[in-house]
Design a protein around this ligand. Structure first.
Ligand SMILES: Cc1cc2nc3c(=O)[nH]c(=O)nc-3n(C[C@H](O)[C@H](O)[C@H](O)COP(=O)(O)OP(=O)(O)OC[C@H]3O[C@@H](n4cnc5c(N)ncnc54)[C@H](O)[C@@H]3O)c2cc1C
Length: 291
């Protein structure tokens, strides 16, 4: 199919982009177009106009500041994946990025676009949720920071207002010496995750869990922090408590059966992934490593 008729704007400044969004609530931001254009071609989305932000000044680049990796809105997936500073500062990023679609899509699609699209099976929303990151939304009344847990509100829905542009995402660095792991179950490489799980863990000198962050995608209408399992594993030596913690997470699967997988399959995949990711993350811990 072809999209319905739409207008097109190519602003050069944030102020211009903001003014167009403020005037027309049905106008939609266009970043890499890898999710929006297929949706328009299927007529799932029919915006009155596209506000193409690729030429807006100040929206490109990655920097590391205040304990986080700041990713500006027009940064492509592939730049985030291959950036050497990012690889050093947070190796979990590259581990996650290789699962996002395929290289040609990662060359065009943006990290922030994926966050704004808010597919509950997508890897970027999971990564932001797992790390406890945030986005910066710029609107007519200035900029506001929105924590990941507040940003993703439902299926393909975020707390962003229609007159706001997300200008940056902030992915916190890993704690000193932390181990990390991410993997997902898909039918084919490059597909969206049926279920994905990420884990970040630090251990004390006795091998007990000091801090643990666990999150999953593909199991609900948004990415989910598995807080019950985190609480059960904190202070434990992992192995005796891991099975019970994985079982306690199964109630977080609320996605209904669909053409891709049943809820029961998702629960089994979630349990297997939690067990594997916690074990893998713990094996990568470097106690006493400098931050
Ligand atoms: C075949 C195929 C397979 C894919 N597989 C995967 C996969 O396995 N995992 C995965 O995570 N993704 C996958 N994707 C999606 C891909 O990662 C997209 O690049 C990404 O979801 C959206 O980024 P984009 O820059 O292309 O955003 P666009 O398509 O331009 O925009 C997406 C949405 O976000 C909004 N938006 C974009 N930027 C902003 C902003 N700065 N402020 C406010 N709103 C904004 C747009 O208005 C639109 O609603 C796949 C895509 C295709 C075509």
């Amino acid at each position: 199919m072809k999209p319905s008729l739409f207008g097109y704007h190519a602003p050069k400044t944030l102020a211009e982009a903001g003014a167009i969004l403020a005037q027309d609530a049905d106008a939609t931001v266009l970043a890499g177009g890898q999710s929006l254009l297929p949706a328009m071609n299927f007529r799932v989305a029919a915006p009155s106009a596209l506000v193409d932000i690729q030429h807006v000044e100040g929206l490109k680049g990655i920097s590391i500041k205040d304990g986080a990796i700041a990713v500006r809105a027009m940064t492509r997936h592939r730049e985030f994946e291959l950036d050497e500073q990012v690889r050093q500062a947070n190796p979990l990023v590259a581990e996650v990025m290789q699962h996002v679609a395929h290289v040609p899509i990662r060359n065009r699609g943006t990290v922030v676009g994926s966050l704004c699209h808010a597919d509950p099976s997508a890897e970027m929303p999971l990564l932001l949720t797992l790390l406890g990151g945030s986005v910066i939304a710029q609107g007519p009344n200035g900029a506001r920071e929105i924590a990941a847990e507040d940003f993703f509100t439902s299926f393909l829905t975020t707390a962003r207002k229609s007159d706001e542009l997300v200008i940056e995402a902030r992915f916190p660095l890993l704690p000193a010496g932390a181990g990390w792991a991410f993997d997902e179950v898909t039918r084919r490489h490059g597909d969206f995750a049926l279920v994905g799980v990420g884990c970040i863990v630090t251990l004390d000198a006795q091998g007990k869990v000091q801090t643990i962050q666990l999150a999953a995608c593909g199991i609900a209408d948004r990415p989910v922090r598995l807080t019950e399992a985190e609480a059960m594993l904190k202070g434990s030596t992992l192995t005796p408590d891991l099975d019970a913690a994985a079982n306690a997470s199964l109630s977080a699967v609320v996605a209904p059966d669909d053409m891709h997988a049943s809820a029961s399959y998702r629960r089994r995949a979630l349990k297997a992934l939690i067990t594997r990711m916690v074990t893998k993350a713990a094996s990568r811990v470097r106690p006493g490593a400098p931050s």
